[in-house]
Design a protein around this ligand. Structure first.
Ligand SMILES: [Zn+2]
Length: 482
């Protein structure tokens, strides 16, 4: 499979794609464009951005191409062993899951516009980029000059790319793994500070999980002049869009928060993958009910790793906890759905506000129930066991062998670490919609914290010293800083 990508008129935001399909033997083939992208579990219909498409034989003669679904086409090769598909894709949106081209930047997410031939999704891809002179390329894919090499379609569409003459980069090493931080935008990054902080949270994550899934990892950052906060996890990279590009601490704090979260996804969801998502079916919804593990635990750990590695102080960390609490208790405290139901329904309206009193956030409620479980395990074992043990077991049992887990698998691992059945936890926190505040406060009391909800519905976390809560703060703090 070979792709040639150019942008004849970059200011029009169209990219011009020529896809050569070799070794065609069938009387008809079907080609598929993904209907969604991993990391965002909703149908996105990228096909609406294709302006025109045609199929040709090697001699230039036109071949029949016609749609069989909104994003699938049938081609009649008429005996030709090579088929060329030519199309134009409108790349004009800048978020962490889109593509964008202009006269200074190529930002490509192949999931938006690359296709596979039905039955041949595991074949290697070669992509040549007709880039302007002097452009640097940032991507997790292997490459030779301006040619990218992907072992299969899954790898290609899990590897976004930035290319520009003004890309900036630093690198660091943790153990045997090379990490690259790339920036595109009108800013002068404080690289020293970035390196110092990134090294610490990266080392902490790897130390906790025991090993890293990849040999190299790329943080790809697109910094906009306008306010923005969005990150998407990938196999050996993450795509992050942040803004505004003004000098100051805010951008740095956002960068740390999103980067620590996305890096943990390299284990949790990229490799520790819900069974229903392995392999991805790009043609339709891939329903699964464990997004509270994929996103909830990742949200919880993103900030916890910043705290443990010393990048965040206790106050900054508690402020982040307060954010999940505010989002949940001020937004969906009365929701009728459980985490399992809202995970399943991501495909329905997971990324919209939704009607009142219906769904919960797999991110925020998911992070809170991860916190509840972590504190429960710590209390029960006097800090000798924690959610870390759960995540490590998930990694060695399901992530490293890359075999997919079910809700039952997760429950079993949790109960194995706990050494007891946890029906109360599954019933009230995960599968039910019982009020979370009493359970959360019961868990928080162990470490001397309490969540208060004012009469006006405002959420605040207060630190309790002594008193009725018998806080175990010192042990908790020590375990958070090991
Ligand atoms: Zn995430």
């Amino acid at each position: 499979m070979h792709y040639h990508i150019s942008a004849e008129d970059p200011l029009s935001h169209f990219i011009d794609i020529v896809w050569s399909i070799d070794q065609v033997a069938e009387p008809e083939i079907e080609i598929q464009l993904p209907a969604w992208r991993p990391g965002r579990y909703e149908i996105q219909n990228f096909a609406k951005n294709i302006q025109k498409i045609e199929a040709l034989a090697e001699d230039g003669s036109k071949l029949f191409i016609g749609k069989v679904s909104k994003d699938r086409w049938r081609i009649l090769p008429e005996g030709h062993s090579k088929v060329i598909v030519r199309y134009r894709y409108f790349a004009q949106v800048q978020n962490a899951g889109t593509s964008y081209v202009d006269d200074t930047l190529w930002y490509l997410n192949f999931i938006n516009f690359a296709m596979y031939v039905e039955g041949r999704i595991n074949e290697p891809y070669q992509v040549s980029l007709a880039l302007p002179q002097g452009y640097r390329i940032a991507t997790g894919l292997k490459r030779e000059g301006n040619t990218l090499l992907a072992p299969d379609f899954y790898a290609l569409v899990d590897s976004p790319l930035l290319a520009s003459s003004t890309l900036q980069k630093v690198e660091y090493k943790v153990g045997a793994v090379d990490f690259y931080v790339w920036m595109h935008g009108a800013l002068k990054p404080n690289w020293e500070r970035i390196l110092y902080d990134f090294r610490r949270f990266t080392a902490e994550q790897i130390a906790t999980m025991g090993s890293f899934p990849e040999r190299e990892y790329h943080f790809l950052n697109l910094i906009l002049p306008t306010p923005y906060y969005h990150g998407v996890e990938h196999r050996n990279s993450t795509m992050v869009v942040l803004g505004p590009d003004a000098e100051g601490d805010e951008l740095h704090t956002d960068l740390l928060g999103v980067s620590a979260h996305e890096l943990f996804h390299a284990w949790n969801v990229i490799r520790i993958r819900p069974l229903e998502l392995l392999p991805y079916d790009f043609t339709r919804e891939n329903y699964f009910n464990t997004c509270f593990v994929a996103e909830g635990c990742t949200t919880y750990y993103g900030d916890l790793f910043l705290k443990r590695s010393g990048v965040f102080g206790l106050d900054e960390y508690i402020k982040e906890l307060e954010v999940y609490m505010k989002r949940h208790f001020e937004g969906s405290n009365q929701a009728s759905q459980s985490l399992l139901e809202s995970s399943y329904d991501l495909w329905l309206d997971g990324y919209e506000r939704g009607i009142p009193g219906r769904k919960v956030s797999v991110y925020h409620k998911g992070a809170l129930v991860a916190l509840i479980l972590d504190l429960f395990l710590r209390k029960k074992s006097n800090h000798s066991q924690s959610l870390d043990d759960v995540m490590r077991l998930m990694w060695t049992r399901f992530g490293e062998p890359f075999k997919g887990y079910t809700l039952q698998d997760y429950q079993q691992v949790v109960e194995e670490v706990a050494g007891e059945k946890l029906d109360w936890y599954w019933d009230s926190c995960v599968a039910g919609s019982a009020p979370l505040a009493p359970i959360l406060n019961d868990a928080l009391a162990f470490v001397g914290l309490q969540m208060n909800i004012s009469e006006g519905g405002q959420v605040a976390v207060v630190v309790r010293h002594g008193g009725q809560f018998q806080p175990d703060r010192e042990a908790w703090l020590a375990s958070c800083q090991k």
